[in-house]
Design a protein around this ligand. Structure first.
Ligand code: AMP
Length: 397
């Protein structure tokens, strides 16, 4: 795996695919600069080597059309402030203006290209368009994990023009390393905590992960399909009846592979899907009609605590309750606290994919776990065991 540390960028132009798809307010000001900050170490390394950086990204979904609202020019000031260099901007990512701006770039300078997705060729993975992008730089660096699962021109196809001179930036390398720790090299016991709403959206992950983990905690809305499949009463809880056989198969496969599965034993049930609903703690197998399980119960959290604190590698994907409502956030917050404690004891913890990342940020655990993934879809596909095209394109020569 070639990373940016394998190259010296002195007098070289690094063509860097970053993920600057950041949120803007009504005045086109960046409201969350995390993604720009995440790319900073890679850009600084290039500049400190004595090279220059050409940054390319998409912003929003312009669908192949120029759209002034989605111009990357809006973020130029924020990038300059964060990188500490007055960056240059060119209002296209290919064509004469881009070629000229790239050619004139001096060591220590940074050029930001206009939104890649103003050209429909980007998302189509068009080879000629990718070659035009590639022509701008000497070394290709992919540092955009959030789009690594897309075979777009800038994320994948352009890499082919740099058979020897392509590498991962620091951010992408960190993501790959974190996934690797959970899926391959992590110290045992390895635990996956899978929550979220539905079995159907997590099934491929569960099937893939059974070969990698010693313990599997299943929580959240997924619980009730498993409970009902085993003969329990789930009341009005979210349940996918057509996935009950699948749930039983998963439990069977887990047993055959020696994976210990931990399901909730009690839940906080509500008489409505509403923050102000009446609640009671009930046995997970005995949820009365008219009531639905919306969070993990106290006995369940005690069981989960023991498993979490005795694990050396922890993956967390999906909340264990409807954390968006304060009344049902306790379980998810408590899981975060246990993972924090396990991490302090030396465990490696990765939080990735969708809503668990939102929960971790909302409840302030971001810096208490070992790593929070920056890519939703890309992380989910990695956990499903897929090789992401953006990563394969760098590894293949
Ligand atoms: P996912 O995107 O699959 O990770 O699902 C996340 C969503 O699952 C969140 O919006 C949670 O509110 C929801 N969720 C978690 N537990 C439950 C539950 N017991 N009942 C209904 N929805 C739930």
């Amino acid at each position: 795996m070639k990373t940016i540390d394998d190259f010296n960028f002195s007098n070289k132009k690094a063509l860097i695919r970053v993920d600057f798809n950041v949120p803007l307010d009504a005045d086109f000001k960046v409201t969350d600069t995390n993604r720009i900050e995440a790319a900073k170490p890679t850009i600084i390394k290039v500049l400190e080597d004595g090279g220059s950086a050409i940054l390319m990204s998409h912003l929003g979904r312009p669908k192949g059309q120029r759209n002034p609202d989605l111009s990357l020019q809006h973020i130029a000031t924020a990038v300059s402030e964060i990188i500490g260099v007055q960056i240059k901007f060119v209002d296209d990512c290919v064509g004469d203006a881009a070629v000229k701006a790239a050619a004139e770039l001096q060591p220590g300078e940074v050029l930001l290209l206009e939104n890649l997705r103003f050209h429909s060729e980007e998302e189509k993975g068009d080879k000629e368009f990718a070659e035009q992008l590639a022509g701008l730089g000497d070394i290709y660096v992919n540092d955009a994990f959030g789009t690594a699962h897309r075979a777009h021109a800038s994320t994948t196809i352009a890499a082919a023009s740099f058979p020897e001179n392509k590498c991962f930036g620091y951010l992408l390398a960190k993501e790959i390393e974190a996934i690797d720790k959970v899926m391959r090299t992590g110290e045992k016991p390895v635990l996956a905590i899978l929550g979220g709403a539905k079995v159907s959206s997590k099934i491929t992950i569960i099937e893939n992960i059974l070969d990698k983990v010693d313990h599997l905690i299943i929580g959240g809305g997924m619980t009730y399909t498993f409970v009902k499949a085993q003969g329990g009463k789930v009341g009005d809880s979210i349940c996918e009846d057509d996935k009950m056989q699948l749930a039983l198969n998963i439990l069977q496969q887990a047993a055959a592979k020696g994976v210990a599965v931990h399901l909730p034993v009690d839940v906080l049930a509500a008489d409505d899907f509403n923050n102000d609903a009446a609640t009671q703690v009930v046995d997970v197998q005995q949820i009365p009609d008219g009531w639905q399980g919306l969070d993990a119960g106290p006995k369940t959290l005690e069981i989960f605590k023991e498993v979490i604190l005795s694990s050396n590698t922890i993956l967390w994907n999906g909340p264990v309750g409807v954390f968006e409502m304060e009344s049902f956030a306790r379980g998810t917050i408590t899981i975060g606290q246990y993972i924090d404690q396990a991490t302090q004891k030396g465990a490696f913890s990765l939080v990735g994919g969708g809503d668990s990342v939102a929960a971790v940020k909302q409840f302030g655990f971001e810096n208490k776990v070992s790593y929070v993934s920056t890519g939703g879809g890309a992380m989910l596909e990695s956990l499903e065991g897929k090789t992401l095209p953006g990563i394969a394109a760098i590894i293949e020569s």
